[in-house]
Ligand binder design. Structure first.
Ligand code: SAM
Length: 267
């Protein structure tokens, strides 16, 4: 990977873990550095199931996108989209409806490098390298303006990312700004680290100390992000319980309760 870092330039910092690359580690990807793997090794000491947690998140992302397609959503703003992996939002959405339009937003420079290659042939999909904490800039971005018609319902996705925003960065206000820009009938899809066990609180300490972000919020705090939008069944729940397509065990493990999520419709 050292050569690749040179190829992508100095924007890639290989001296400290990045959120996108650490997530790539737990998804068994190849786009990560020793520093990212060392970070994940520390998290494994607290949450041995962390690799499974990433899988639950990717699985619910697929179920959520399919649900949104069923509701007639054809345009997606995927904020904090991560490095391309399997079953990315545009692949799930365009399989169901080839006309689906997807704009990925991420502030990690490696996401753009990989995303460009992945999407070179796809005129209905774009990758924007920007910070989602600036909704006005994202909404004014050329790719968003070109692909997303803000006069029609949008699927706004903040999957696995809001916990990387600190409380003093006003995550609630940021979500509200995106939802204010989209019309009634739009949907908000959130998954989030949850304060659901002593292990989750220990994990939060490690994330904050080693990565600098990672707020494990309570179910009530996560629910607040949906504001006035109407939560669809089953509400904000542990990820394996959100519209499962396979039987789920009656008792969930720490890892199965580590992330909660839900989808709500703007009235
Ligand atoms: N949404 C994908 C998923 O759930 O599979 C990826 C989740 S990954 C854990 C979080 C992503 O959010 C990372 O790729 C990271 O670079 C990105 N991210 C974190 N903070 C961000 C910010 N302020 N602006 C844009 N992207 C951000």
């Amino acid at each position: 990977m050292a050569e690749k870092a040179d190829e992508w330039g100095s924007a890639i910092d290989t001296t400290r873990p990045s959120i996108a690359r650490a997530y790539d580690v737990v998804l068994h990807g190849k786009d990560n550095f020793e520093v990212d793997r060392a970070f994940v090794a520390e998290i494994v000491k607290v949450i041995p199931e962390i690799y499974d947690v990433a899988t639950y998140n990717r699985q619910v992302l697929g179920r959520g996108v399919r649900y949104l397609i069923e509701q007639g959503i054809t345009q997606f703003l995927d904020l904090g989209s991560g490095l391309p992996t399997v079953e990315n939002t545009h692949q799930v959405a365009q399989r169901a409806n080839p006309e689906s339009r997807v704009v990925y937003v991420d502030n990690d420079p490696m996401v753009l490098a990989h995303g460009r290659a992945l999407l070179a042939e796809n005129e209905n999909t774009a990758v924007v390298t920007s910070d989602l904490r600036d909704p006005a800039a994202i909404l004014a971005d050329e790719s968003v303006q070109r692909l997303i018609d803000l006069g029609r319902p949008v699927g706004v996705m903040l999957v696995g990312v809001l916990h990387h925003l600190h409380d003093d960065e006003d995550p609630r206000g940021i979500v509200e700004a995106y939802m204010a820009a989209v019309p009634s009938g739009s949907y908000l899809f959130i998954t989030h680290f949850c304060d659901s066990s002593q292990d989750s609180r220990d994990a939060e300490k490690k994330y904050l100390a080693l990565l600098g972000t990672g707020r494990f919020r309570t179910v009530e705090e996560i629910t607040t992000f949906f504001g006035d939008a109407e939560l669809v069944e089953p509400g904000v729940v542990p990820l394996p319980l959100w519209r499962p397509e396979e039987p789920v065990p009656a008792e969930l493990t720490v890892g199965q309760r580590l992330m909660f999520g839900g989808i709500a419709r703007k009235l």
